[in-house]
Ligand binder design. Structure first.
Ligand SMILES: O=C(O)CCC(=O)C(=O)O
Length: 400
C-alpha cells in the first residue's frame, strides 16, 4: 500500500484525526489498522507513552454522549460544580450522632453521595496508597501487563476502559483492581512491584474496611434496622454478614488527554456494591454525578472521602437510598488518579430489600439478586447507565 492509500485508510478509520501517516511513523503509534484493537487493549498509558496528539477513534464518543453535550432534557453540564453534603465522621461517632444520622440519611436519599471528613484514616495511609498506585502505573508496560487478565475474580487485575471486552468505545482509563477478601488468599497474587505497594494496599484495605463497617452501622441505624450501642443477636448477625463481605480496591489512572471533550474517563455508571469509599485526586477534579437531571462536578475536599450508595444498598433499602449515576471527565493538562474501595456482602449472598422495610405502604420494589447474576449481566452486555439496577426493579403489583 502506498503512502497516499495508507493515509486515506487512516482518514477513513480516524475521520476526526489530523494525524498523517508521517506523524504515525514518527510517533511510532498504530502503524497498521489491523493492529489497532490489540494496541488499545494495552491501555491508555501505553498509548500516551508512545506519543499521541489526537484521540484515536476508538475513544471518541458519539456526539450526544460527549461530556459537554446537552443531555436528553437539553441541560448542559458546563460550569456546574457541586458541594456534596458533608458528613463529619467525628460527630457521627460522638454526642451529635442523632443529627449526623439525619444528615446522612438525607444525603443518601437526595444525592446518593456525600463527602466524609474527620474520618480517622491517617494521611500517611492515604498518601502512601496514592503514591504506590502512581508508581505502579509508571512501571514499564511489560511489568504492568503481567497482571492483565480477563478473569473478573482474579486477585489482581490490570486493565483498561470500563469493560474492555464489551466496550465499543473505549474509556480513557487504566486500572488495577485488588481483590481484598479474604486477604490471606489474595495478597500473595498482588503485584510485588513497586516494592511498597502490597504493604500500602494492605494497610489501606484494613483501614477502609474498618471505616466501612462504622458507616454500615450508621446506615443500618439510619434505616431503623439496628439500634446504636446495642449488641444483641439481631444487630450482631447483620454486622457479621457485612464484616465477612467483599472488598475490592480499584486504582484508577486517567492520563492527560489531548482532546478531553471527545471522550470520558468512565462512562455513566452506578456502583454494583453496597457502599463505595472513593479517595479523589485532591488537585485534579473529574468526578461528575447526576443530580436533578444534570451532570455536576464534585469539588474535592482535602483529606476527605467521597462516599456513594451502590446498587445493593438501593435494593437493600428498598429504594430509599439512591445509587446515583456518575462519570469521570479527563483533563487536558494533568493526569488524575483515584482510589475506590468497593464493599458489599459476600459474593455468595442474596441481596434483597430488607423485610423490615417492606409493608403495605412501602411494597417490595426490587427482585432478589446476587453477585453471580450481576457478573452474568456485565459479561453478556455492555454495562450502560443503570441497566443492571433497572433490570432488578419490580413492576409493583405484577410480581409472580
Ligand atoms: O475516579 C473517580 O473519581 C470515580 C471512579 C469511579 O466512579 C469508580 O471507580 O467507580
Amino acid at each position: 500500500m502506498g503512502d497516499a492509500d495508507e493515509e486515506m485508510m487512516w482518514k477513513l478509520k480516524f475521520p476526526e484525526s489530523n494525524a498523517t501517516t508521517t506523524s504515525l511513523v514518527v510517533g511510532a503509534v498504530l502503524h497498521r489498522p489491523d493492529e489497532e484493537d490489540h494496541q488499545y487493549h494495552k491501555g491508555v498509558k501505553y498509548l500516551c507513552e508512545r506519543g499521541i496528539t489526537k484521540v484515536p477513534t476508538k475513544y471518541i464518543l458519539p456526539v450526544l454522549e460527549r461530556p459537554n453535550t446537552g443531555n436528553k432534557d437539553g441541560n448542559f453540564s458546563n460550569d456546574h460544580d457541586l458541594s456534596l453534603p458533608v458528613i463529619d465522621f467525628a460527630q457521627l461517632q460522638g454526642s451529635n450522632r442523632v443529627q449526623a444520622l439525619q444528615s446522612l440519611s438525607r444525603a443518601c436519599e437526595e444525592y446518593g453521595f456525600f463527602q466524609l471528613i474527620n474520618h480517622g484514616i491517617s494521611s500517611e495511609a492515604t498518601s502512601s496508597m496514592v503514591q504506590e498506585g502512581r508508581k505502579f502505573f509508571e512501571l514499564p508496560f511489560e511489568k504492568r501487563s503481567k497482571y492483565m487478565s480477563k478473569d473478573m475474580f482474579s486477585p489482581a487485575r490490570y486493565g483498561t476502559s470500563f469493560n474492555q471486552n464489551k466496550d465499543k468505545v473505549f474509556c480513557w482509563r487504566d486500572f488495577l483492581k485488588l481483590n481484598c477478601h479474604p486477604l490471606s488468599e489474595t495478597l500473595p497474587f498482588w503485584p510485588s512491584s513497586p516494592s511498597e505497594l502490597r504493604e500500602a494496599a494492605v494497610n489501606y484495605s484494613k483501614q477502609t474496611k474498618f471505616l466501612y463497617m462504622m458507616l454500615v452501622e450508621a446506615i443500618l441505624e439510619s434505616l431503623g434496622l439496628v439500634e446504636n450501642n446495642k449488641s444483641g443477636p439481631e444487630n450482631d448477625s447483620y454486622l457479621n454478614e457485612f464484616e465477612d463481605g467483599s472488598q475490592i480496591i480499584v486504582l484508577n489512572c486517567y492520563p492527560s488527554c489531548p482532546e478531553p471533550d471527545l471522550t470520558l474517563g468512565m462512562p455513566p455508571h452506578s456502583d454494583y456494591g453496597f457502599l463505595t469509599l472513593l479517595l479523589q485526586d485532591e488537585l485534579v477534579k473529574g468526578l461528575q454525578i447526576q443530580h436533578q437531571g444534570r451532570w455536576v462536578t464534585v469539588e474535592p475536599i482535602p483529606n476527605s472521602f467521597v462516599i456513594n450508595v451502590g446498587d445493593h444498598l438501593e435494593i437493600f433499602s428498598n429504594g430509599r437510598y439512591k445509587s446515583v449515576l456518575h462519570r469521570v471527565l479527563v483533563n487536558h493538562a494533568k493526569s488524575r488518579i483515584s482510589i475506590a474501595s468497593l464493599h458489599s456482602l459476600p459474593f455468595s449472598r442474596k441481596i434483597r430489600p430488607s423485610p423490615k422495610l417492606i409493608n403495605e405502604d412501602s411494597p417490595k420494589l426490587y427482585k432478589d439478586t446476587d453477585f453471580a447474576s450481576f457478573m452474568e449481566y456485565i459479561t453478556s452486555c455492555e454495562h450502560k447507565n443503570k441497566n443492571f439496577l433497572e433490570s432488578r426493579k419490580l413492576n409493583v403489583g405484577k410480581e409472580k
